[in-house]
Write a protein that binds this ligand. Structure first.
Ligand code: CO8
Length: 259
């Protein structure tokens, strides 16, 4: 993170706090920013001492979308051949460790899509979500039509994607896009607390739980249930299972080895 221009990364105990920091463009997700974000997330994934991530922006903007200045001159062959945007953008979605989006201000276009790639969204009261791509001649290209439809359902996805309408934090929570809404000035505290809690649990169990929930969106119910049960069985091969259950019975706090 030391050599990142547009990303600030810091640690709070086992939690990696990753901040988009391109204030002049409301954190518009230019190529360099997304490459830096991808590199920072690679480092967090590889770091055994990090148990969870909080991804955030500024108070005014989580991210106001892909960088329109960079995109405007591109043609079909440009975006097709470089497979814009898969390479670096998807890193948040492929992270195995839990990642929480702490959203204040604008989360528009690619910014909303980036937030939806995270495991869940904690929204400040100031948060505004939208997929305005339709208003600039395109459509969401980083999962907006798919993840929004899955979390919020067809009616809201169509409404937002076809009209470009921006919704506030409370509507986002109502439709299942945000997990919680918190006062704007306690956003980071709430997100860091949640991440710290997650990071304190046995890591194999956490990773198995995340992978299992994600299965729900990719398989029929019977297969998802089978996957979950096998993961549940596998949890009994971890030190966390014997320690967690012993600690409960001893009425003490568990001390996890994360193995
Ligand atoms: N790209 C580039 N620059 C941006 C962007 C952006 N998405 N958003 C804001 N900026 C810049 C502005 O150009 C401005 O720069 P300057 O001072 O040099 O003129 C600066 O940030 C501040 O912005 P504003 O002056 O507009 O601030 P306001 O408070 O008046 O308005 C808004 C804030 C409403 C958020 C407004 O900036 C806005 O509408 N931004 C664009 C939102 C948008 O349309 N986002 C979707 C982009 S398309 C997209 O994300 C496609 C994703 C598809 C696949 C993934 C591809 C990578």
């Amino acid at each position: 993170a030391e050599d990142s221009t547009f990303i600030q990364a810091e640690r709070q105990g086992p939690v990696a706090i990753v901040r988009l920091d391109r204030p002049k463009a409301l954190n518009a997700l230019c190529d360099q920013l997304t490459r830096e974000l991808s590199a920072v997330l690679d480092a967090v994934e590889a770091d055994d001492s990090a148990g969870a991530v909080v991804l955030t922006g500024s108070e005014k903007a989580f991210a106001a979308g892909a960088d329109i200045k960079e995109m405007q001159p591109k043609g079909f062959s440009d975006v097709f051949l470089e497979d814009f945007i898969t390479s670096s953008w998807e890193r948040a979605a492929t992270l195995r460790k839990p990642i929480i989006a702490a959203v204040s201000g604008y989360a528009l276009g690619g910014g909303a899509e980036l937030a939806m790639m995270c495991d869940f969204i904690i929204a400040a009261e100031s948060a505004k979500f939208g997929q305005p791509e339709i208003s600039i001649g395109v459509l969401p290209g980083a999962g907006g039509t798919q993840r929004l439809a899955r979390s919020a359902g067809k009616a809201k996805a169509m409404d937002m994607v076809l009209t470009g309408r921006t919704i506030d934090a409370w509507e986002a929570e109502r439709i299942g896009l945000a997990a919680r809404v918190v006062p704007t000035d306690s956003l980071m505290q709430a997100a860091t607390e949640a991440a710290t809690k997650i990071a304190g649990f046995s890591r194999p169990a956490v990773l198995m739980a995340k992978e299992s929930v994600n299965r729900a969106f990719e398989t029929p119910l019977a297969e998802g249930l089978r996957f979950e049960r096998r993961m549940f069985h596998a949890a009994f091969a971890t030190e966390g299972q014997s320690e967690g259950m012993a600690a409960f019975l001893d009425k003490r706090d568990a001390e996890y080895t994360h193995r």
